[in-house]
Design a protein around this ligand. Structure first.
Ligand code: NAD
Length: 480
């Protein structure tokens, strides 16, 4: 059994209390590690370390910070396989995905922001005719809090930490208690590369205790949070009276809109990925699939066939395409949505069940599931399910499908399949989402704004947007 520790002031330290949380191996349904449920006193210790480190870190040169992040990126790459194995074990995701996406991206996040910060510059406004010059400097905020979810553990943890550090802040960070393992390995990497002590502090524990203590801390004045919409709303309520700066990346219920004129093969291949990658546990998965009626029966047949060919297997096997869901509680939640969909008239075209065959019964495996609907007005098309479950439904007109796409409280991403340029321009303007992919999915350029509208979040991350979040602009106006 592994016991994880907090990482505070450059050292692995035990939490002050005695509360421990079990960490499960989702493919086996067994506890394999424990992490401390850190309380306010532990967060305070982390805050004090970050506060003490801030003056020196924020006054280092951009080149120095850039080099530090670069070293972290290289150290992650050097341990790529070890980290991928750990992520796959902790989360249940296929090892191939952990290698290709999670760990690759964690290193890329540090490398990207190591370069982005060297290109981030201040603005000046010369007010001609008045002998006035305004210039705007961007100062790091101070000690910031970063809180991340379980679905892409090190990937999303580093997506927040890297820009926060690059901009000169010091950080108190909390990974998800469900998947804390790679964050604790990151602590070893920080030691190895010689990140000055106190610059990045990692505290483990539950959302309601550790997370809450970070959000409530009066002197942690900015919080970057990725997680569920309900948690985001709670954080916003706690933080608002203290006027904290907030970046909230929340849930989604993303439409995947397919027109008959699309490139069918490309669309089909990508739609299988956008439906079931990471067991459907990516906030950007397209969980509501709308297909133009003239293509509907061809799509339905091919999509069911392709889905049934997906290899559900042990996460650590190279050939596995779909692994285990992250926890039994989450699996049961996903199954309850399938049940509800049936009660509301949905027809299961494939899947729908927990996998209980030999070798799988104690893990949290579920069949990739497709549900056919004849109405958009149902629970499964309203709530975020966050599992290997998608719905399909035909449509006749652009106006109709736009109505379906926007009939949700969420607005994170959308995917559109068509070769018609005018339709693309019309639809992409009207779809309510922070990100619209056309004839592709999950294609990312880290410079672009990332985030959602409506209940999918507030603010944007990525590129200079993240550096804007993690700095405070100060304008200086000089008359000469
Ligand atoms: P969650 O909201 O339960 O937890 C996210 C993090 O917040 C965890 O570290 C948790 O411990 C912490 N937390 C919980 N309660 C807290 C509180 N009161 N105060 C402070 N922190 C608290 O989410 P999850 O189940 O880990 O992740 C799944 C959700 O994340 C889904 O809704 C998914 O759509 C969303 N998500 C969004 C994005 C995005 O970029 N928009 C990316 C990935 C996941």
């Amino acid at each position: 059994m592994d016991y994880l520790s907090n990482y505070i002031n450059g050292k692995k330290v035990p939490a002050k209390g005695e509360k421990w949380i079990d960490v499960f191996h989702p493919a086996k349904g067994k506890v394999y590690a424990q992490l401390p449920d850190s309380q306010a006193a532990d967060v305070e210790e982390a805050y004090q370390a970050a506060k003490a480190a801030f003056p020196e870190w924020s006054n280092t040169t951009i080149e120095y910070r850039s080099e530090m992040l670069e070293k972290i990126a290289s150290a992650i790459e050097a341990r790529h396989e070890e980290l991928a194995q750990a992520e796959s074990k902790d989360n249940g995701k296929p090892i191939s995905l952990a290698r290709r996406v999670d760990i690759y991206r964690a290193a890329a996040n540090f490398r990207f922001f190591s370069k982005a910060i060297t290109q981030y510059s201040s603005e000046a406004h010369h007010t001609a005719g008045m002998n006035v010059m305004n210039y705007t400097i961007r100062k790091p905020i101070g000690v910031v809090g970063c809180i991340s979810p379980w679905n892409l553990p090190l990937y999303l943890f580093s997506w927040k930490i890297a820009p926060a550090l690059a901009a000169g802040n010091t950080v108190v960070a909390k990974p998800s208690e469900v998947t804390p393992y790679t964050a604790s390995m990151l602590a070893d990497i920080l030691d190895e590369v010689g990140l000055p002590k106190g610059v990045l502090n990692i505290v483990h524990g539950l959302g309601g205790s550790t997370g809450q203590a970070i959000v409530e801390h009066p002197d942690i004045t900015a919080i970057s949070f990725t997680g569920g919409t309900t948690t985001g709303a709670h954080i916003a309520r706690v933080a608002a009276p203290m006027f904290k700066k907030l970046s909230l990346e929340l849930g989604g219920k993303n439409p995947n809109i397919i027109f008959a004129d699309c490139n069918f093969e490309q669309m089909l291949k990508t739609t299988v990925q956008s439906s079931f990658s990471n067991q459907g546990q990516i906030c950007l998965c397209g969980s509501r699939i709308y297909v133009e009626r003239s293509l509907y029966s061809k799509f339905k047949k091919a999509f069911v066939e392709a889905t049934e060919k997906l290899r559900v297997g042990m996460p650590n096997e190279d050939a596995t395409q779909v692994g285990a869901l992250v926890s039994e509680e989450h699996l049961n939640k996903v199954l309850s949505y399938v049940q509800k969909a049936k009660e509301e008239g949905g027809k299961i075209l494939t899947g729908g069940n927990r996998i209980t065959k030999e070798g799988f019964a104690s893990g949290y495996f579920m069949e990739p599931t497709i549900i056919e609907l004849d109405s958009n007005d149902c629970t499964i098309n309203r709530d975020e399910v966050f599992g290997p479950v998608v719905t399909i439904m035909p449509f006749d007109t652009e106006e109709e499908v736009l109505g379906y796409a926007n009939a949700t409280k969420y607005g994170l991403s959308a995917t559109l399949w068509t070769e018609n340029l005018s339709r693309t321009m019309r639809m992409t303007e009207e779809i309510q989402a922070g990100i619209v992919w056309v004839n592709t999915w999950l294609t990312r350029d880290l410079r672009t704004p990332f985030g959602g509208v409506k209940a999918s979040g507030v603010g944007r991350e990525g590129g200079f947007y993240a550096l804007d979040f993690f700095t405070e602009p100060k304008n200086i106006c000089i008359r000469f």
